[in-house]
Design a protein around this ligand. Structure first.
Ligand SMILES: [Fe+2]
Ligand SMILES: [Fe+2]
Length: 189
């Protein structure tokens, strides 16, 4: 597979994303590279997974649902009620079809929002990087960053817990996929 075109991707992201989201994407890319280096994961895949993960983030809910329906992406009821989460499904598809991302990168993007019970090291790296990138100044994230830089599995578990609690606090519907992910993450700490 040909190498991904970093400059082209950056230009496209700049067009598609709000400046804040573009900056976040670059920060996630950097953090994903750091975590890949520390954990013996594929640095190239981590880099482009980080860069591309939110490529669909600024699409409207209607456009996300429409994209899924038109491209044969099956959406369950919970996702249909919270279409924002579909930026993961749509982003993975766009990364692959429009930018030529490989299956490992697309898979990490697919699971970066809800996680799942069979996360690869790359999947975990992207999931964690999304929360702990240096631009995030959310309460409690500094501690998770510190842990994750030392121990990816522990950092992943804490990140998952943090995001699940966040969903609960906002009174949003929890996806069983995330709860299944948490059960497995607990046993891998
Ligand atoms: Fe995202
Ligand atoms: Fe993100």
């Amino acid at each position: 597979m040909a190498d991904l075109d970093e400059k082209y991707i950056m230009r496209e992201l700049k067009k598609r994303l709000e400046p804040k989201r573009y900056k976040h994407s670059l920060n996630v890319m950097k953090m994903a590279v750091t975590l890949a280096e520390k954990n013996g994961a594929d640095v190239y895949n981590a880099k482009f997974a980080g860069l591309l993960h939110d490529v669909a983030k600024n699409m409207s809910n209607d456009d996300l649902v429409k994209y899924c329906d038109e491209n044969g992406i099956i959406i369950d009821d919970i996702k249909r009620r919270s279409p924002g989460t579909l930026h993961a499904e749509v982003g993975a598809d766009i990364a692959k079809k429009e930018f030529g991302a490989n299956d490992d990168i697309a898979r990490a993007i697919l699971y970066h929002t809800l996680a799942n019970s069979e996360m690869t090291t790359l999947d975990k790296i992207l999931y964690v990087s999304d929360l702990i990138e240096v631009g995030r100044d959310l309460e409690g994230v500094d501690e998770i960053r510190e842990v994750a830089l030392e121990n990816l599995n522990e950092g992943y578990y804490l990140s998952l817990l943090y995001c699940i609690n966040n969903v609960k606090e906002r009174g949003k519907e929890l996806h069983p996929q995330s709860l299944a992910a948490l059960e497995v993450a607990k046993t891998q700490r």
